[in-house]
Ligand binder design. Structure first.
Ligand SMILES: [Zn+2]
Length: 329
């Protein structure tokens, strides 16, 4: 059993209800992404299945623990979107599963994230909430529970996860071996699992490298090939995702006059000094299209040479700079 530290109190609450026979049949597990709600749900299921549970969790020794561990527990069903949506067909599968007799004791059915259900799917799910089959617990995991049908929400008991105390999150990040956990946690807006993901995929380092190159290219202190060589060591997809995000954030700011995050402010200041907002928007749109096309190539299997790709994209950024200077003359 390995509960995340900030999941211990919610677990204790459900454990107590279960021991009192008051767990109920449906829970909405709500709260922001990046807190490990799905992990929590797995640990809860493991404990519910376990034939020799302790207050701390599942025993890890019995046959149910073993079946769950290897992913073949017959009473576990996790529905996740195949593409972006959870369809009515998937919910029907869940309903059929729920109405079959439990093979070992209690069935745990999980929908994650619940907001991925389309309207037909959500309406289909309502039926099972109205007439719950015996020995079944339905867990709806939701990062944005306000988007769910009010009738769905009202038929579930709610367990809401909130951001952990920074001290606790930082201690956990340190224990995972993350360096500079303060910065990671702040970038992830307080969500520890997202902070760890930033560290593990080098995402943060990639973003910083790409942004630094974009800024340097505007003042021609590096060439596109030099910039590409610096960023080549990172995953090319992450580099291109950063470029896309920069384009989107700059366009949103210039077009809507929104406040810019501090990270992009120096870049935008330089761009604005070069030309009018109209020219900037037009050229940024053009550049965004180039980046989007490259992203498709990067996602394809056996994608093209990362160095060449980055060089072309940084070259496109230099062209944008040159065109801005021309229109202002
Ligand atoms: Zn067990």
């Amino acid at each position: 059993m390995s509960l995340l530290p900030w999941c211990e109190a919610p677990f204790a609450r459900l454990r107590q209800l279960r021991e009192q026979g008051r767990l109920g049949h449906a829970w909405l597990i709500a709260g922001p992404a990046g807190l490990g709600k799905l992990h929590f749900v797995r640990e809860l299921a493991r404990w519910l299945y376990c034939k020799a549970p302790t207050p701390e969790g599942a025993c890890g020794q019995c046959q149910d623990c073993h079946l769950f561990e290897v992913g073949t527990h017959p009473d576990w069903l996790l529905l996740q979107p195949e593409k972006k949506q959870l369809t009515v067909g998937q919910i029907r599968e869940l309903i059929d599963f729920a109405h079959n007799t439990s093979q070992r004791g209690i069935k745990v059915l999980v929908v994650a994230p619940a907001e991925a259900m389309n309207l037909n799917a959500a309406n289909a799910l309502l039926k099972i909430l109205e007439e719950p089959p015996p020995a079944t617990v339905l867990l709806l995991v939701s990062h944005q529970s306000a988007q769910l049908l009010p009738t769905l929400r009202s038929r579930c008991q709610q367990l809401t996860f909130t951001l952990p105390e920074p001290m606790q999150a930082l201690a956990w990040l340190r224990a995972q071996g993350a360096s500079d956990p303060e910065r990671l946690l702040s970038k992830a807006k307080g969500a520890p699992l997202n902070a760890l993901a930033l560290a593990e995929n080098d995402t943060l380092a990639t973003q910083e490298a790409v942004l630094a190159q974009l800024t340097a290219l505007l003042t021609a202190t590096v060439t596109p090939i030099q910039a590409a060589k610096i960023c080549e060591k990172f995953a090319v997809q992450t580099s291109i995702e950063t470029l896309l995000s920069v384009c989107q954030r700059l366009l949103r700011t210039v077009q809507a006059g929104l406040a810019l995050d501090a990270e992009l402010a120096p870049l935008l200041e330089r761009l604005r000094a070069m030309d009018s907002a109209t020219a900037l928007v037009r050229l940024l749109h053009g550049y965004q299209q180039q980046v989007q096309a490259a992203y498709k190539v990067a996602l394809a299997p056996n994608n093209a040479n990362a160095l060449l790709m980055l060089e072309a994209l940084f070259g496109g950024w230099v062209k944008l700079r040159e065109r801005l200077r021309k229109t202002s003359r």
